[in-house]
Design a protein around this ligand. Structure first.
Ligand code: ARG
Length: 561
């Protein structure tokens, strides 16, 4: 509609380009002032006339087209009142004519790599990793909706000196049975034991380094223990991914790059970027006001950054990405800034396409989350607790609900995801169960409940022909809902540009609220068939959009709640 107003105005104002008109047009704060306003102040100089006079003259010249109800002059403004039924028609037609409403093909032919989740082998999958998993998955869905080919990469933390320590600890204090039985928690506890003992006996550290060096050189025994730890860990990670219905295209973790790292270090040397400092090889970043990027330690072993640089080169070659995103906590900001710079120094201008997508911390309100040993909060426990709480609510409020267990899973998981994605990534996430699970708040359950309500209305009506009388959609609640519906594509685009899923979650809330107002104001299942089907079509569109928006967050919708 705005574009139509711009086109109309440019027919009458040669002094301004359509782009200029676009930047001048305003959306008035109140609906009495129209849907669009064109301030004439910019034209005063050119026309040597007072703005109200310019507005008046324009009004007299412009022939009111069908899509406008009327044009009014208010002071120096020309106010446009859109014809509500043509507006309604345009939105509804637009919806039914597009195969991927809200999406686009801007990403056709382009690939985006998203590196997310990436937990560390032999360490628990904690709530921080839950955030990267949820945010990364949502970004994947958002970019896929815009037509991008997305490669979902789980850059497992499965390499590094800590595995030398684990092998030493396992050989000294571990047992096969205990690891098999308790998995990651056993590995964590022997790891803790290692650090306690190494405080007293530094030779343990030398042993650990030696084992990692063995790993880097392909020693069979070292690698088989390491591989086993990796499998045990992955099995636990997969439990979380299954609960969230999340998949990856690649599990090429840090270890994957072991064989090709040497060539990259060689390239760094050839390009004269390496300085040796105290036996270690570093890239000096003084010029960029950053501490040096560490490439190898004194004993020759590689580091986190070495593997990231190697992985980036590998991904560029393999996928030829137009962007590669890295979703991690904010505390890794410097790490990414450093090695992105190193890639640039190597002469690769595509380092501008590497994007760190940071997020804030997780904190607990009241601190009453069930924790296992050592106050570590496992992602799996949080998800299970949420599902259990929903199960309890269902048995109390709606014990006869069909397929209760699936609903409890969808709502319990949805609540956690929605809470995570409700604010800007960088904000901390607070776990406050009363808020997260509030069916009347701005929550996942609220949006899902709204969806289920729409689904239930439609079930009662049965088949819905596309009988729509647009004049019946001009009341305030219908128009407000249609306005929300019309925003979807802009919202998705904006969320992608900013790498911010919260833009989608806020939108889902806005649609749900507009729908609930519509549901309250406009009776749907009425005798008059035209009115009934007109409104039912709007219910249908809303329902589909809610489902789609939630799916972009990684949340699925029960038909009944
Ligand atoms: N494993 C790391 C961690 O848990 C995250 C890895 C992120 N991705 C990367 N390419 N550095 O903190």
């Amino acid at each position: 509609m705005k574009q139509k107003v711009i086109n109309l105005l440019s027919q009458y104002i040669n002094e301004l380009t359509p782009q200029e008109i676009d930047s001048i047009i305003e959306i008035p704060p109140k609906s009495e002032m129209g849907d669009f306003a064109f301030p004439c102040f910019r034209l005063a100089k050119t026309f040597r006339k007072a703005p109200p006079l310019i507005a008046q003259e324009l009004k007299e010249r412009i022939q009111t087209p069908d899509f406008l109800n009327r044009i009014e002059v208010q002071g120096g403004y020309l106010n446009f009142f859109v014809d509500k039924s043509s507006f309604a028609k345009q939105i509804v037609d637009n919806y039914f004519n597009s195969a991927n409403y809200g999406g686009s093909n801007e990403g056709d032919g382009k690939t985006i790599c998203i590196d997310y989740s990436s937990p560390n082998v032999a360490k628990n999958f904690h709530v921080g990793h839950l955030r990267t998993t949820i945010i990364g998955n949502s970004l994947y869905k958002i970019f896929a909706k815009l037509g991008y080919h997305v490669v979902r990469i789980n850059h497992l933390g499965d390499w590094g000196t800590q595995f030398g320590k684990l092998i030493v600890a396992y050989k000294k204090w571990g047992s096969k049975e205990a690891v098999e039985k308790n998995g990651i928690s056993e590995l964590m506890s022997i790891y803790v034991k290692f650090h306690e003992e190494a405080e007293k006996d530094d030779t343990l550290n030398d042993e650990a380094r030696a084992w990692f060096t063995k790993m880097e050189h392909g020693d069979e025994e070292a690698l088989s223990i390491w591989k086993w730890f990796r499998e045990i860990s992955l099995k636990e990670f997969l439990r979380v991914y299954d609960m969230l219905h999340i998949e990856f295209d690649s599990y090429a973790g840090e270890s994957f790059y072991n064989d090709i790292m040497a060539a990259v270090i060689e390239e760094l040397k050839e390009k004269n970027l390496i300085t040796v400092s105290d036996g270690a090889q570093i890239v000096n970043l003084d010029e960029y006001n950053m501490p040096p990027c560490l490439i190898t330690k004194k004993d020759g072993s590689s580091l986190y950054a070495t593997r990231d640089i190697t992985a980036a080169l590998y991904r560029k070659n393999t996928y030829n990405f137009s962007k590669c995103l890295y979703v991690t906590g904010l505390e890794q900001k410097l790490h990414f800034a450093q090695w992105f710079t190193v890639i640039g120094m190597m002469g690769y201008d595509w380092n501008k396409d590497l994007v760190h997508v940071p997020y804030g911390l997780v904190s607990l309100k009241g601190g009453k989350l069930s924790t296992r040993k050592g106050n570590i909060i496992y992602a799996e426990d949080i998800l299970k607790e949420s599902i259990q709480k929903i199960r309890n609510i269902i048995s109390e409020k709606n014990p006869d609900l069909p397929d209760k267990e699936t609903v409890a899973q969808q709502v319990g998981i949805g609540a956690i995801i929605f809470n995570d994605l409700y604010n800007q990534r960088i904000k901390d996430v607070v776990f406050d169960w009363d808020k997260i699970l509030n069916f009347d708040g701005e929550t996942g359950p609220y949006v899902q409940y709204t969806y289920a309500r729409a689904a239930s209305v439609l079930r009662k009506i049965g088949d819905i022909p596309k009988v729509i009388d647009y004049k019946l959609l001009t009341d305030e609640a219908s128009i407000a809902l249609l306005k929300e519906i019309s925003r979807y594509a802009d919202v998705v685009k904006d969320a992608a540009e900013k790498y911010e899923p919260f833009i989608i979650s806020r939108y889902a809330i806005a649609v749900a609220q507009a729908f609930n107002k519509f549901y309250h104001d406009c009776q749907i299942n009425v005798d008059d068939e035209t009115l009934k089907y007109t409104r039912a079509n709007i219910v249908y569109i809303t329902k589909e959009i809610l489902k789609d928006a939630l799916s972009l967050l990684g949340i699925s919708c029960p038909e009944q709640m």
